[in-house]
Design a protein around this ligand. Structure first.
Ligand SMILES: [Zn+2]
Length: 244
């Protein structure tokens, strides 16, 4: 397996392993309502036609997430995680100048949902979205470069904790998607990248559900703190793009 030979920007600083959990702080709302025609209460753009249905790929994603014949499942999950990370990192790289301490002082993933970070001492801390996302992406990059976690030699085996590790990575990547949809979808539209971004996210969801890397509650949240993309997931299920 040599899928790590592709271009990865080196990161010099190690971040604490992300162990963030969801907390909801009613007193601290999102930094600003995401721009949406019609003002407060209007349907967000990512749920509106034609943007919600824009895609590079037509049909159900099940076919492209199935384990290919003769491929080890660990290898398959590893290479897909690498690709999701790489693609999402590139999207974030484009959006990054719009995601600042001022525009996004909290890691919002919905109108009443701010993700917090668990630091190395186990304490929940509220980080700005750019700090949170940079910590997530740096820590995933470090994991991908760790031969003990993502082995690249044919004689190496995956550690028994690999499934738990990738589940954790998946949850953190979902949060980055949730923030980009919630707070920066208009910028993705401005770049006319919504078909690509939607297809990446639908692929990510389909893969995560197929290999049980994603919990439904992480995708949807709950009534007190719904995740912004929960309704998009429902919509794509109804449209037959994703499995139920
Ligand atoms: Zn942001």
């Amino acid at each position: 397996m040599s899928f790590f030979g592709r271009n990865r920007a080196p990161r010099s600083k190690r971040s604490p392993t992300p162990t963030g959990t969801i907390t909801r702080k009613d007193s601290i709302g999102p930094p600003s309502e995401p721009p949406s025609p019609g003002g407060a209460g209007a349907k967000p753009l990512y749920l509106s036609s034609p943007f919600a249905d824009a895609a590079l790929v037509k049909g159900n994603f099940k076919t492209i997430v199935m384990l290919p014949k003769y491929v080890d499942i660990m290898e398959w999950v590893a290479v897909n995680i690498f690709d999701f990370y790489t693609n999402l990192n590139e999207f974030y790289g484009v959006i990054t100048e719009c995601c600042t301490q001022n525009s996004c002082p909290t890691m919002s993933g919905g109108s009443a949902l701010n993700y917090t970070w668990t630091n190395q001492g186990g304490k929940q801390v509220a980080l700005s979205a750019p700090t949170y996302i940079d910590s997530v992406m740096s820590s995933i990059q470090n994991l991908l470069e760790d031969e003990n976690v993502f082995p690249t030699k044919s004689n190496q085996v995956f550690h028994p904790s690999f499934p738990a590790t990738v589940k954790h990575v998946y949850r953190q990547l979902l949060r980055v998607f949730a923030h980009l949809y919630y707070a920066h979808y208009h910028q993705i539209l401005h770049l006319r990248s919504e078909p690509h971004f939607n297809s990446l996210f639908a692929h990510f969801l389909a893969f995560g559900r197929e290999y049980e890397l994603l919990e439904v509650r992480d995708i949807k949240g709950d009534s007190s703190g719904p995740v912004s993309v929960g309704l998009l997931w429902e919509r794509w299920k109804d449209a037959g793009i994703l499995e139920g």
